[in-house]
Design a protein around this ligand. Structure first.
Ligand SMILES: *[C@@H]1O[C@H](CO)[C@@H](O)[C@H](O)[C@H]1NC(C)=O
Ligand SMILES: *[C@@H]1O[C@H](CO)[C@@H](O)[C@H](O)[C@H]1NC(C)=O
Ligand SMILES: *[C@@H]1O[C@H](CO)[C@@H](O)[C@H](O)[C@H]1NC(C)=O
Ligand SMILES: *[C@@H]1O[C@H](CO)[C@@H](O)[C@H](O)[C@H]1NC(C)=O
Ligand SMILES: *[C@@H]1O[C@H](CO)[C@@H](O)[C@H](O)[C@H]1NC(C)=O
Ligand SMILES: *[C@@H]1O[C@H](CO)[C@@H](O)[C@H](O)[C@H]1NC(C)=O
Ligand SMILES: *[C@@H]1O[C@H](CO)[C@@H](O)[C@H](O)[C@H]1NC(C)=O
Ligand SMILES: *[C@@H]1O[C@H](CO)[C@@H](O)[C@H](O)[C@H]1NC(C)=O
Length: 549
């Protein structure tokens, strides 16, 4: 097989399309760039799961030898980028499989979507009802569709004419299917404020429209993108604010806007700026000592970026190197590890994406710039009655971040209290690990203000039945195993006042015991404050927080 010169296996990479002006401020060692090491490590890991007979990856969560579609598509992009041995043939096999399994009934709501896994029964049968985000996931159109576009853009010479046509047909269908998505209709929740799939949807639709001369699709993509941009421009923030996982997806998708859409598209015109602003915001909240982005997090799959795998951390890997990024040397041992499968996409786009990250952002990713506060806001229509006000206070070893909101749901737009973290505290401990405290989301309305060493929380529409539950991470290996009071929590001194009853309960949610299960794979101590019986006060709790090395 002839190796095209864009092959990632060639060192150094030479081709302008891939490298461009790109690596100018990215450190590299003699043999491998940071993005190449991300590609290599994520591919080495996925190679172990590849089932060449089936042309699919086995499920990364090892479900009795079933396979999975999305990770297979991501892996295929890595195969093309690596392009050693029969990599390109295997990629072609995977791509065909994924498209063969695409939902083909144009009248069904899941038309053009991709299977969750190839062994699944037919969605929409009596025995396998169509349940959104369960038996089918509307966001798979975006995840697989963007991956197809990226492969067609980056590696056209490795994809046969026939397969290219098959991919374009598939992308056309997926764009039609995406057009069925209207927030609030048929249980769908795709509003422009649902940032990560919105950015992907606008992109795939707009790209396919241009590619196939379908002007309606081109216009639909532009219109959807315009709504996303308008929301963003309000305060230069993504509506889905500051989550290790989804800020990563949004940055990935905005990179597609910036790299593959022409200036004549609102996506091409705005993508780069939105990436710059998003990184500016992330950098202002990042504490390089703790290797964590301070709260609040609208949708997080963990409470400490050093212990769960975030897509943002993969982007940081390409910017500052693995050892300085919030990622464990063994990424596949972290919480939410399956997302390591997106590694190839992040690596392939890094040389372009990283040129958009400013020097001051880059510097904040490795060196904490000093104590400071952050004030910003984000808006998620139609859930928020007013924009969420965000405040954060960051000091070298303690960060506090919170957001005030009034929403028509509990647990954020995704109605998931396990991932919506409106008030978060993190601190460092002697052994370099990080402690956390997060308010469990139980209310429609919260006033939450972070300030120097303090967190002020009020439920304006609460009553005597209200309670505040703080989920607190377990101590470090050297710390106490048992926690019954704030004094037992390692690394922080907590003072409490307010209208709550100052007597509190402490329970434990553990892997195999205690009062309940871990959340996002994290065990925690649950400190709960209730109101005094019959109280007519507005529920309020004021925490003073001091790092206690
Ligand atoms: C296609 O979907 C429509 C709408 O759900 C359904 O009524 C029809 O039976 C489906 N057709 C096939 C062939 O499954
Ligand atoms: C789209 O239109 C352009 C310009 O008119 C033409 O060059 C191109 O071949 C067309 N592509 C398709 C897929 O029809
Ligand atoms: C494009 O949209 C117009 C206006 O809604 C419609 O009349 C036309 O049929 C559409 N064309 C295609 C190819 O879908
Ligand atoms: C960023 O830093 C690099 C390396 O120190 C330097 O060459 C470049 O001029 C800087 N860019 C800006 C915009 O300051
Ligand atoms: C949000 O912050 C702005 C600017 O500081 C302020 O004017 C506004 O009243 C705040 N809104 C709420 C609901 O706290
Ligand atoms: C805490 O917030 C409440 C509600 O906004 C406010 O009334 C109170 O004064 C604040 N307390 C402190 C100590 O800032
Ligand atoms: C407090 O508010 C909740 C929710 O609105 C309500 O269900 C409950 O009855 C109220 N409790 C009291 C004691 O008023
Ligand atoms: C925390 O503890 C309180 C009091 O025991 C309980 O009602 C609540 O459900 C617990 N929260 C979580 C998230 O486990």
């Amino acid at each position: 097989m002839v190796r095209p010169s864009t092959s990632w296996s060639l060192i150094p990479i030479l081709v302008p399309g891939i490298i461009g002006k790109s690596l100018s401020h990215v450190k590299r060692n003699d043999t491998e760039t940071f993005s190449q090491s991300l590609l290599r490590e994520s591919m080495n890991w996925m190679d172990m799961y590849y089932d060449a007979d089936a042309g699919y990856l086995f499920s990364l969560s090892a479900q009795a030898l079933t396979h999975e579609t999305r990770a297979s598509a991501w892996y295929a992009s890595g195969l093309l980028a690596r392009n050693e041995g029969d990599d390109a043939e295997q990629a072609a096999k995977i791509i065909r499989n994924v498209i063969d399994g695409q939902h083909k009934n144009i009248s069904s709501q899941w038309f053009g979507d991709y299977q969750i896994y190839p062994e699944e029964p037919t969605v929409g049968t009596a025995q396998y009802p169509p349940k959104i985000y369960n038996s089918w996931d509307p966001n798979w159109r975006g995840f697989v569709g963007t991956t197809f576009v990226l492969m067609l853009e980056e590696f056209p010479q490795l994809i046969s004419y026939d397969l290219t046509q098959y991919m374009l047909e598939s992308l056309y269908d997926t764009s039609i299917g995406d057009s069925y998505r209207v927030g609030g209709v048929d249980t769908d929740n795709l509003y422009p404020a649902y940032s990560n799939p919105s950015i992907m949807r606008a992109f795939v639709t707009g790209w396919v429209g241009r590619k196939l001369n379908e002007s309606n699709m081109t216009i639909a993509g532009e219109n959807y993108a315009t709504q996303v941009i308008d929301l963003f421009n309000r305060d230069n923030t993504l509506s889905e604010f500051n989550s290790g996982t989804y800020a990563g997806v949004s940055l990935f998708a905005l990179t597609l806007w910036a790299k593959y859409m022409p200036e004549s598209s609102v996506m091409g015109a705005n993508g780069g700026r939105m990436i710059q602003e998003t990184w500016k915001s992330l950098a202002s909240l990042y504490n390089a000592n703790l290797k964590n982005v301070a709260g609040p997090w609208d949708r997080s799959y963990g409470f400490d970026m050093q212990r769960y795998l975030s897509i943002l951390a993969l982007q940081m890997w390409t910017l500052v190197g693995k050892s300085d990024a919030p990622i464990h040397p063994k990424p596949y041992a972290m919480g939410h590890k399956d997302d390591f499968a997106i590694g190839p996409l992040i690596a392939i786009l890094a040389p372009f994406h990283n040129t958009l990250v400013s020097n001051s952002t880059l510097s904040a990713l490795t060196k904490f710039p000093g104590t400071h506060t952050v004030k910003t806001s984000a808006f998620s229509q139609p859930f928020d009655t007013y924009p969420r006000n965000i405040t954060a206070w960051l000091s070298p070893h303690l960060t506090i971040g919170a957001e005030t909101f009034s929403e028509n749901v509990i647990g954020g737009p995704a109605t998931n209290p396990n991932s919506f973290n409106p008030a978060v505290v993190q601190w460092s401990r002697k052994d370099g690990t990080v402690g956390f405290l997060t308010l469990y989301a139980q209310v429609y309305e919260l006033e939450a203000v972070a300030s120097e060493g303090a967190l002020n929380l009020t439920y304006p529409s609460g009553n005597s039945s209200s309670s505040f539950s703080f989920l607190v991470g377990t101590n470090s290996q050297a710390g106490k195993r048992d926690v019954a009071s704030w004094d037992d929590v390692e690394g922080i001194k907590v003072g409490v006042k307010g209208t709550v009853d100052l007597k509190y309960s402490v329970t434990f949610n553990g892997l195999v015991g205690g009062s309940g299960s871990p959340i996002n794979s994290f065990e925690f101590w649950n400190f709960t404050y209730t109101m005094p019986p019959g109280s007519t006060d507005i529920p309020q709790v004021f925490l003073t927080l001091e790092h206690n090395a």
